[in-house]
Ligand binder design. Structure first.
Ligand code: SAH
Length: 218
């Protein structure tokens, strides 16, 4: 893709300096984030900042996550080709595209109708066929396609929603930021039968998960 060339060096620097140097070791994740054109997922005013080390505004007061956080979540999910994956908080659709690049069948839920429609159109235009964008409250999960090997919540939750644990497949992984409105910790929760083990990853700052099992709409 010739229009991609100006962005290649930025993307390579992102991989080396922001991801590999900070401990992202899964070569598949690094490859996916090298291949998925993040500049296609940000508003035109931010195209030149697409590979910088920060979240960026995507309209509707929402943001696309910092590349490092996308990499941490994807690596922690241990996603494999053929996995069913659920994302809550489609936003621009970037995280969903990374999961799809890795061969997952992705259902991604977005509560904001405008963002959902834009993400749906963008992912289609860019050729990500194994992603379905659903408009709704992802804090309840998405029962029609459950169970999932991977669930990612890309908005801050006050606690782990029980319904998401119920929708995890055997040995499935839920990656979720839990905390207050300003500071959270990223957790990865793994299912073994009806037991769930939990590991804390990085501190993080996400926009709030608003819905039945998230924060109330104010
Ligand atoms: N993963 C996205 C960025 C997520 S930003 C990307 O790669 O671009 C968080 C998103 O979660 C916002 O778009 C917000 O509207 C959405 N959101 C918040 N609460 C939600 C809920 N209960 N269900 C679905 N989406 C929600």
């Amino acid at each position: 893709m010739s229009e991609d060339v100006p962005f290649e060096s930025g993307r390579r620097l992102m991989i080396e300096l922001q991801l590999r140097r900070r401990g992202i070791q899964d070569e598949r994740v690094l490859e996916a984030m090298f291949r998925v054109p993040r500049h296609e997922f940000v508003p035109s005013a931010y195209v030149n900042a697409a590979y910088e080390d920060r979240p960026l505004p995507i309209g509707e007061s929402e943001t696309i996550s910092q590349p490092y956080i996308v990499a941490v979540m994807t690596q922690a999910s241990r996603v494999e080709a053929g996995d069913r994956a659920l994302e809550n908080g489609a936003g621009a659709g970037y995280q969903a595209a990374v999961l799809a690049y890795l061969g997952a069948k992705v259902n991604t839920v977005e509560r904001n109708t405008k963002l959902a429609q834009a993400a749906r159109e963008r992912l289609k235009r860019l050729g990500y066929e194994n992603v379905e964008v659903i408009t709704g409250d992802g804090s309840e999960g998405y029962a029609p396609a459950a169970p999932y090997q991977v669930i990612l919540v890309t908005a801050a939750a006050p606690r782990v929603p029980e319904t998401l644990l119920d929708q995890l497949a055997e040995a499935g992984r839920l990656v979720i930021p839990v905390g207050d409105l300003h500071h959270q910790t990223l957790f990865v929760i793994t299912r073994r039968g009806n037991e769930f083990s939990q590991e804390a990853l990085d501190p993080c700052q996400f926009v709030p998960l608003i819905g039945k099992h998230g924060w109330p709409e104010s």
